[in-house]
Design a protein around this ligand. Structure first.
Ligand code: FAD
Length: 484
């Protein structure tokens, strides 16, 4: 659905609900039904014009964009909503990475995590060990922060971008506003990069966007990830998706075979069913990233929109309730589950979908199927299309890994899809670039977000060169049997 359906309706406008009052100049945040309008007093706020480039959002894409632009000699300021860098990697406790070994900054992150002993290579993709792996989220925070600090990026944490204003021509973003413990502040730069995942900056600036499944105004389910620990990690290996010793195809009694991930998550689901619990995610998953510590991905929140703070809050707290209930049931089993405890839940629920900001080019399913090539390629998305069931019933039937009927082959992402159509000095990087629902269901994974961020940071700094394409030995048709 396009933002025409998300913006304030004509009737609401006539009823006196002005778009500017509601969304700071763009129709960005309108899913909560307004119960009136309050006109804030005009006031002066402190203005800072130090930066050449402002990056909004410090997730995988934002860190890569900020670091590559700063390394190219630009003065870069990075604003992040949470109290750490890393986005879904860290505040979202993702712990599992896909399609990663394809960009300079990606390789640097691999090397830095390895130096800290904070990465496990157990993807099951035997020819390409650095492609999918698990990591320890606290070390990822440190790596992201160190890379930004060393590159000279000035980072401000807990400082969301809340408004954007254009110059007199109407074509450029001139000033953005942040809100933090320092109050409201104004910032200017020549170039802006929206790496908020959700496309907040572009939407606040009034850029057009699409959102959600074709024809619907909500996207893929969101998930609250958790960290869990158990007394003996080896004892539960057959329930763990990525245990290297176990990675193989499993033959079932009926003679069919399944990937170990599907087998392990099915076993876990059946065990939870026996305890009278039905996890909201159809493929509850344990990813091991340290001896006795795992990422626990067992929850799905359906029909959740990225712009509905009240619904997100309810979903966040509901998810934590579910995670604690599931973990407590496993702990009560004792035996191999002895000491199974939640040791952390994500600060933010993870949104798979995003506003897909209109760019100078939109990557579509047709591009994926036709194998079109571009002269301004940022990266190649090699992770299969991964659509999660849109409601509990569909999720129980096929939880994830649905390609929507698209015949997948690795596809190129052009820089043009990362340049806003409706603002001349705005780039996007990460899951909010310009693509259709199907393309986004592939390139959203973090390997692509980093590669796109790196390319966009260079473009914003004026040093972009199209990447040389190196194909993997095997072109896989889907997501290696795992879900993102
Ligand atoms: C549950 C789940 C499971 C997934 N599984 C995998 C997987 O196994 N492997 C994989 O590689 N990928 C996976 N993905 C996809 C991947 O994690 C994301 O799509 C990826 O993080 C996108 O990176 P990003 O930088 O675009 O966005 P994000 O990681 O969302 O980062 C955006 C950053 O912007 C900040 N921000 C937001 N709004 C503002 C604002 N207004 N002002 C300032 N800052 C703001 C956020 O706090 C965040 O730090 C998964 C995603 C989810 C949700």
């Amino acid at each position: 659905m396009s933002n025409a359906g998300i913006c304030v309706s004509r009737r609401q406008l006539i009823a006196g609900v002005g778009a500017a009052a509601l969304c700071g100049g763009g129709c960005a945040m309108l899913s909560v039904s307004p119960r009136g309008a309050f006109r804030e007093k005009e006031r002066d706020v402190p203005l800072d014009e130090w930066a050449d480039i402002i990056v909004a959002g410090g997730g995988p894409a934002g860190v890569a964009a900020a670091v590559s632009a700063a390394r190219a000699g630009k003065k870069v300021r990075l604003f992040e909503l949470q109290g750490c860098l890393g986005g879904v990697w860290t505040a979202g406790l993702l712990s599992y990475i896909f399609d990663f070994n394809k960009s300079e900054i990606g390789w640097e992150i691999i090397r830095r995590l390895d130096a800290l002993g904070a990465r496990r290579i157990d993807s099951g993709v035997t020819y390409d060990l650095d492609r999918n792996w698990t990591y320890e989220p606290e070390y990822m925070k440190f790596v992201c922060e160190e890379m930004c600090r060393e590159a000279g990026v000035r980072t401000i944490l807990q400082c969301p971008v809340v408004a954007a204003y254009r110059d007199a021509s109407g074509r450029n973003i001139e000033t953005i506003i942040t809100e933090s413990k320092s109050g409201r502040r104004a910032w200017r730069a020549k170039t802006f990069i929206d790496c908020t995942g959700d496309g907040d900056l572009a939407a606040l600036a009034g850029c057009g966007f699409d959102y959600g499944y074709p024809g619907l105004d909500y996207g893929q389910p969101a998930t609250m990830n958790a960290l869990v620990a158990v007394d003996d990690g080896d004892a539960i290996a057959e329930y763990v998706s990525n245990d290297p010793a176990m990675w193989s195809r499993v033959t079932l009694p009926d003679g069919s075979t399944k990937s170990h991930h599907i087998y392990a998550s099915h076993k876990l689901k059946m065990l939870l069913h026996e305890q009278g619990l039905d996890p909201s995610y159809g493929d509850p998953t344990l990813f091991r990233f340290h001896k006795n510590v795992f990422c626990f991905m067992a929850n799905h929140e359906y029909r959740l929109r990225v712009d509905d703070a009240e619904a997100i809050s309810d979903a966040t707290m509901r998810s934590r309730r579910e995670i604690v209930a599931l973990a407590s049931a496993l702990e009560k089993l004792g035996g191999p589950w002895k000491g199974f405890r939640v040791i952390g839940t994500a600060e933010q629920i993870g949104h798979r979908d995003a506003r897909r900001i209109h760019g100078r080019y939109t990557v579509t399913r047709n591009d994926i199927e036709s194998g079109v090539t571009f002269d301004d390629v940022c990266t190649v998305s090699r992770f299969g299309i991964d659509i999660h069931g849109i409601d509990k019933k569909m999720n129980d039937d096929k939880a994830a890994g649905n390609s929507g009927g698209v015949k997948f082959r690795p596809f190129q992402i052009p820089l043009r899809s990362c340049i806003a159509k409706d603002a001349d000095n705005l780039y996007m990087a990460g899951r909010n670039i310009s693509g259709d629902f199907y393309a986004q269901a592939s390139y959203r994974v973090t390997g692509s977000s980093v590669a796109i961020g790196e390319a966009v940071g260079k473009a914003a700094a004026g040093v972009f060169k199209p990447v040389a394409i190196v194909e993997s030995p095997t072109l896989e048709s889907c997501s290696d049997g795992r879900n993102s």
